[in-house]
Write a protein that binds this ligand. Structure first.
Ligand code: FDA
Length: 306
């Protein structure tokens, strides 16, 4: 991990910085990465994206909840989001984090919450994807995913795999055999070298390898990156191997590389925008700043424009 990335993540964990940014951050620049603090504002943004040919995955922000009430509330919010999506007729599925649904409180309780959400996804003909969090949670997350995959099938539930983890190659091998729908990402957490490749080059190389393995298995693959060289490679590889465009999609984060998202749509590729919303945006926002220090500059500039 680069020094700057480490520094941003460390500063962000400081309680004073946390309080100040939580209070003023939405004005200072978080709105560049977060669609809205409430559902009404968010829906307007989703409709704009859909009109431009972009599909969406909605993420109600929040992670690491500590009470059953909070977790049950988050599960109900995800269920309600599926209702809203079908009522509004928008092109969107839903992404969730298991620590928001009680993973750290009680695994069985988390599974129950996730079961309700996936049942609703199926009932509304939609799809829920489990985001992947930091490495101590990977095993439990995969376990819950596998159970629900058996129960509801690959058209209604999917998972994220991080290419910085050494274990991911083995995970993809196994999950490919079950036809799982996977989103490949590089990985956004601060991980020790015992579990994750410390060098970016290795992370990038493994990303291509995992995408290749999963595509070759015939399973649906979401290539989630803003890395133009990987996107270009994916286009070339799928063309050479005659992998149909219906077997994969590109995914990017709301507010990042907007022009590239639209360019890919123009070229006829499916593109989905990961669209976070809600009041609890602080940890998400700081991970985005850590990935690219220029974003911190963007925040400072918006401060001077007030
Ligand atoms: P990389 O970091 O190499 O960046 C490539 C280029 O993209 C940069 O040079 C820059 O131009 C642009 N870029 C990247 N980040 C930027 C930023 N913050 N602001 C502006 N420009 C930026 N992670 C995780 O651990 N679990 C998960 O479940 C998910 N889910 C997820 C969904 C989707 C749709 C995406 C796109 C990403 C995730 N991630 C994630 C985050 C992922 O792991 C990774 O941290 C980011 O995507 C940044 O890495 P890139 O692949 O973009 O490459």
């Amino acid at each position: 991990m680069s020094l700057t990335r480490k520094a941003v993540l460390t500063v962000a964990a400081n309680p004073l910085v946390n309080r100040l940014v939580s209070k003023y951050g939405m004005k200072l620049g978080a709105s560049r990465f977060v669609a809205g603090e409430n559902m009404a504002d968010t829906l307007l943004k989703v409709k704009e994206l859909n009109q431009e040919g972009l599909a969406v995955t909605l993420d109600l922000l929040g992670e690491s909840v500590t009470t059953r009430e909070e977790a049950a509330h988050a599960a109900q919010a995800a269920v309600d989001t599926f209702t809203k999506i079908s009522e509004e007729g928008i092109d969107s599925n839903v992404s969730v984090k298991l620590t928001q649904l009680g993973l750290d409180i009680d695994v069985d309780f988390c599974l129950e919450n996730m079961d309700r959400i996936t049942a609703k996804a199926k009932e509304t003909g939609n799809f829920v994807r489990i985001d992947m969090e930091d490495s101590p949670r990977v095993e439990a997350t995969i376990d819950i995913f596998k159970r629900l995959l058996k129960r509801y099938g690959k058209d209604h539930i999917g998972l994220v795999i991080q290419s910085y983890l050494y274990r991911s190659e083995q995970d993809v091998k196994e999950l490919s055999q079950q036809g799982a729908n996977l989103r490949m990402v590089k990985g956004a957490y601060k991980e020790p070298r015992e579990v994750a490749y410390p060098d970016k080059q290795d992370v990038d190389k493994n990303f291509r390898q995992l995408v290749k393995m999963h595509l070759n298995s015939g399973s649906y693959t979401a290539v989630a990156t803003h890395d133009e060289s990987i996107i270009q490679w994916t286009k070339e590889y799928t063309e050479q191997q005659k992998i149909p465009r219906s077997q994969f999609e590109f995914q990017m984060l709301f507010g990042i590389r907007d022009a590239l998202q639209r360019e890919l749509v123009q070229e006829g590729y499916k593109v989905r925008v990961y669209t976070p919303y809600g009041k609890d945006w602080y940890p998400y926002f700081t991970r985005r700043l850590a990935e690219r220090p220029a974003n911190a500059l963007f925040v400072l500039k918006s401060l001077f424009r007030q």
